[in-house]
Write a protein of this length. Structure first.
Length: 289
């Protein structure tokens, strides 16, 4: 392979990826941050964020992280990564045929959209099943909606629907406070039904089943790591998340992982940013040896 164009390619321009890219570039290394969509990742779709001293909405936070990256010298690129070749230097290929070389890689691709794992759910995609409260919430103004999941991004999504939907129910066991105006109950969805669109779901809890009328389910369970393009030799845990050490190093030399794609991630915005900072330190130390 020819001399790579970049010191580091960060795959994924969400909070973890942008933070890692920024800190690596500030250390004087040449960085490309690639994403198949706009920089910011999932936080682009979130409403108010209360993880920090200041109150932002998702778009503002995404803009701040992106601006910081650009000022630091990060090159923002667009393209869905489809392949990785080499063992350092690496060649990163995209679905549209582009090829980029780098001495080291940071994988920060996050999670795929959630799935309920019930028969026929694909028939309700866009007809009652959604993955973005700010995008689709107004379609269900005044109607009962359900958040499938109670951790990670789910509470943010539930809060965004308060005042828009008629009733917001969050299914699962929260690991923090339940947003005001949201009803929380344990259980999981085991069936969906409706003729012209979603009309009700079957919920199971402790072996008991009941039917709950609803016009929309925002799915935040069954989310898998977005790491299908990575080689099988990269160690993963039982759920498919990338196994890393405390510095974000994977089992492959000069390949790192940050954010929700890695094993043990807590799936919160503040944690993703801290993860990006930690990985950046590891990358810089490894390349400066």
């Amino acid at each position: 392979m020819d001399t790579p164009s970049y010191d580091v390619i960060v795959i994924g321009a969400g909070p973890a990826g942008l933070t890692a890219a920024t800190d690596i570039a500030r250390a004087g290394l040449k960085v490309l941050c690639l994403d198949k969509l706009a920089p910011g990742g999932e936080i682009m779709n979130l409403g108010e964020l209360h993880d920090f001293d200041e109150i932002f909405d998702g778009t503002q936070m995404a803009s701040r992280l992106t601006d910081d990256a650009v000022v630091a010298g990060v090159e923002i690129g667009f393209g869905e990564v489809s392949s990785i070749a080499g063992q350092g230097p690496f060649e990163v290929g995209t679905a549209d045929g582009e090829r980029h070389g780098a001495r080291a890689l940071v994988v920060a691709t996050g999670l795929n959209k959630g799935k309920l794992g019930v028969p026929g759910e694909e028939d309700y995609e866009g007809r009652g099943l959604s993955h973005c409260a700010n995008c689709d919430g107004p379609l269900y103004a005044g109607q009962p909606v359900i958040i499938a999941g109670a951790t990670g991004w789910a509470p943010y999504e539930a809060k965004a629907l308060v005042g828009i939907a008629g009733e917001v129910t969050m299914l699962g066991v929260p690991d923090g406070d339940v947003p005001e105006g949201v009803t929380s109950q344990p259980g999981r969805i085991v069936g969906v039904e409706g003729s012209g669109g979603l009309e009700a779901v079957t919920v199971e809890n402790d072996g008991q089943r009941n039917t709950i009328p609803t016009n929309a389910v925002f799915v935040y369970v069954g989310r898998s790591p977005a790491a299908e393009f990575l080689p099988d030799s990269l160690a993963r845990d039982a759920t498919g998340h990338i196994v890393v050490d405390q510095g974000g190093r994977t089992g492959l030399p000069l390949v790192f992982a940050a954010g929700d794609v890695r094993s043990g991630s807590k799936e919160y915005l503040a944690n993703a940013i801290e993860d990006g900072q930690r990985v950046a330190k590891s990358v810089v130390a490894a390349l400066n040896q």
